[in-house]
Design a protein around this ligand. Structure first.
Ligand SMILES: [Fe+2]
Length: 319
């Protein structure tokens, strides 16, 4: 898919390029470098379960509101996977957010650049940070996420894409997140900076089906900016079914933590493709992740929790 150039001046969000697909995606996979497992990091504050904020009732949109029909949704024994977007809301307390931001900014020097989706990012952040590792495997954190989306959620067994930190600043070439839909289905983005810290950097999404996105034009009323200007604002997106992008930061610094969770009961409907993953992480790193996702299971909730190294979350837990 060809990518459009960025226009200067008051550009439309639709001027942002799209992430490569098809043959170009395979070329990215062949060129992609395996994420590093280092570096040695400075001492981190410890994660504490009380950093999870009391449960809130943020705004929620269904996949039906994006144009998806009931037969296109995931169903499992009377449960329907129909949440498209939730938030923004504060998932952490002020203390928790302060510590999370400290941890994520300290990891910035380990970030790498990419021309695939996000310009500068750290993949597998939970593999180098005990704080992040414990946070996304905390039962209270997972229950909060699961209840808001309406399905049991655990960290994704693919591991490398589970916790990604995106960084951008106003220096040098524009740092963006290209128009894309995620390989992941259940994606939570936590803002580690607010509008007072940077210019630009607007989280933008297309309120329509993914197959309608190619027909969108500048000024299309289905292009929305998510109100994520507050530090700590958290947004859930059914990432594989919603095209989204982030406009360039033109001044200041912006960082977001993107957490991809997984519903063990809908494992067969997982939207990841091998080449989408390999485009970011390279082929050697993608193979073991792929086996953790695709190897058969006997009990989805238990077996996938073992693979993800986290507590078991069942339908009964989120009633
Ligand atoms: Fe995304």
């Amino acid at each position: 898919m060809p990518t459009a150039p960025m226009r200067s001046g008051r550009a439309s969000a639709l001027d942002l390029p799209r992430t490569p697909t098809g043959v170009s995606q395979v070329v990215h996979a062949l060129r992609a470098r395996t994420p590093r497992r280092g570096p040695c990091l400075p001492a981190e504050p410890p994660w504490r379960g009380e950093f999870v904020a009391r449960e809130a009732r943020p705004p929620r949109l269904t996949l039906g509101a994006f144009g998806y029909a009931p037969h296109e949704l995931g169903h499992w024994r009377g449960h329907t996977d129909d949440t498209a977007l939730v938030g923004p809301w504060q998932i952490l307390t002020e203390d928790g957010l302060e510590h999370l931001a400290e941890v994520c900014w300290a990891l910035e020097r380990a970030a790498r650049t990419s021309r695939f989706i996000a310009t500068r990012r750290l993949r597998g952040a939970d593999l180098v940070s005990p704080f992040l590792n414990n946070m996304i495997r905390d039962r209270a954190f997972l229950l909060t996420c699961s209840r808001l989306v309406g399905v049991p959620l655990i960290p994704h067994p693919l591991r490398i894409p589970t916790a990604q930190i995106n960084y951008s600043d106003g220096r040098g070439r524009p740092e963006i997140v290209r128009w894309h839909r995620d390989g992941m289905d259940y994606v939570f983005t936590i803002q580690l900076s607010g509008y007072e810290d940077y210019e630009g950097g607007r989280f933008t999404y297309f309120r329509g089906r993914t197959d309608e996105f190619p027909g969108a034009e500048p000024g299309d009323p289905r292009i929305h900016e998510a109100p994520c200007g507050e530090r700590g604002a958290t947004l859930f997106l059914h990432g594989s079914r919603i095209f989204h992008a982030v406009t360039p930061v033109t001044d200041g610094r912006r960082a977001t933590l993107v957490i991809s969770l997984f519903c063990p009961y809908f494992a067969r409907q997982d939207s990841n493709t091998f080449w989408h993953l390999a485009g970011d992480d390279g082929i050697p790193a993608t193979v073991p992740s792929w086996l953790r996702l695709k190897w058969p299971v006997r009990n989805p909730a238990v077996d996938f929790s073992l693979r993800a190294g986290c507590p078991v979350i069942t339908w009964d837990d989120i009633r």
